[in-house]
Design a protein around this ligand. Structure first.
Ligand code: ASP
Ligand code: MG
Length: 396
């Protein structure tokens, strides 16, 4: 279909009736320029957080299926309200929930993945309506169960719809695009005009809460360019796409707090043990991040986990290491992981040297690298200093 755009509006853009009406005006403006729109919405403001809080008031451990039944109500409210507002200003529009739009997902409640989108119905409806408003974040299983895609998942709904419909994709929120680092923490952060899928994936897995990672994976797979912009200003946003036309060496920096470093020292020099440890940790569903292994007279293993998994990890490790003697385990919390990301690192040398020059006064605990990323672990008290120094070194 010609001139079809999928737009997504985040929770803060539809937080109240005044904002919803402004979004309706924005949608209407586009339709008057001869576009048809599929609009994906998040729940209003902090609705999802509040629903989760409510569920915790009745249970410490809400049943995942019921939690999804609960959370999906949020998006149904904003979708229908937006359709009401649009009809009120003369735009032929209709809202659809995931069941009606037939967004099929796996049955993993709270973290389902989209499997299939039946776009025939949407295409037909677009002949009759100028705007279809679709609830983000939710899907249904083959069996008709209602699921959600994980927190922040409405980005993924939007990108998947754009891919299936062969449409452009625009994601609107209260920030005007993607920044080299979090603009709320570092006001001097630079807005990026372009960022590649891989850089963006690193950034979101590193804690930059900009786009749902899965949405970027889908965009990469189907070659969808995502435009990220501000809902209520005309400031130019950022494009997430295949190539970064500007190719800076380092494009972004992100920080993840609440890291615990687990250090096992003086283990026997037995590499099957390394396998057993990480197998156990994986079986427990624990996410291990930075890993370092040093073998000399004994084996020393160090890795990081998120702080609130500390007890879980220590339980798992004591099961594996039961009966063994002569080694030490240490759990140190209060660390931050700071990463710089850039597709240009692949082809330039000296990045590591600049990186360590920037961190020369800071005790770095662990370092990991990939082709397009360098991360280090530092005590939280050194975080600001490290971030400032990296920002100025790499002109972020
Ligand atoms: N409303 C959901 C959330 O808060 C989905 C989203 O906003 O993307 O996580
Ligand atoms: Mg979001």
């Amino acid at each position: 279909m010609k001139n079809l755009i999928v737009q997504k509006y985040g929770g803060s853009s539809v937080a109240d009736s005044i904002k919803l009406k402004k979004v309706a005006e924005k949608v209407s403006g586009r339709i008057k320029k001869n576009f048809k729109l599929v609009v994906v919405v998040s729940a209003m403001g902090k609705t999802t957080d509040n629903l989760i809080k409510l569920s915790k008031e009745v249970s410490n451990n809400p049943v995942p299926r019921e939690l999804d039944m609960l959370l999906t109500t949020g998006e149904q409210v904003s979708a229908s309200l937006l359709a009401i507002a649009l009809n009120d200003i003369g735009i032929k529009s209709k809202s659809l929930n995931a069941f009606q739009a037939e967004i099929l997902t796996t049955g993993d409640f709270n973290q389902a993945r989209i499997k299939n989108l039946k776009i025939k119905k949407i295409r037909n409806l677009l002949k009759e309506f100028d705007a279809l408003i679709i609830t983000g974040f939710q899907g249904i299983t083959e069996e008709g169960e209602i699921t959600t895609l994980g927190r922040g998942g409405s980005d993924t709904s939007a990108v998947a719809l754009a891919a299936a419909l062969g449409a452009k994709c625009e994601i609107y929120s209260d920030v005007a695009g993607i920044y080299s680092t979090d603009p709320r923490l570092h006001p001097a952060a630079k807005k990026l005009k372009y960022i590649t899928y891989d850089e963006m994936l690193e950034m979101s897995s590193l804690g930059a809460k900009v786009l749902h990672s899965r949405s970027v994976e889908i965009a990469k797979k189907y070659g969808i360019t995502i435009y990220c912009g501000s809902t209520f200003s005309d400031e130019e946003g950022s494009f997430v796409m295949k190539k970064n036309i500007e190719q800076p060496v380092v494009s972004g920096l992100s920080v993840m707090d609440n890291q615990t470093q687990v250090t096992l020292s003086n283990l026997p020099l037995d590499f099957t043990l390394v396998h057993q440890i990480f197998e156990k940790v994986a079986k427990e569903g624990l996410n291990v991040d930075m890993i370092s292994i040093i073998s000399n007279s004994g084996l020393n293993i160090s890795f990081t986990v998120i702080e609130d998994k500390k007890t879980h990890v220590s339980k798992a490790l004591s099961q594996i290491l039961k009966g063994m003697k002569g080694f030490n385990i240490d759990y140190s919390s209060g660390y931050s992981k700071i990463s710089i990301v850039g597709i240009g690192m692949k082809s330039s040398s000296g990045v590591a040297s600049q990186y360590f020059m920037a961190l020369k006064d800071i005790p770095v605990k662990l370092v990991t690298t990939s082709e397009i990323k360098i991360s280090c672990l530092v005590e939280e008290k050194y975080k600001d200093k490290a971030v400032k120094s990296l920002i100025s070194t790499f002109e972020l």
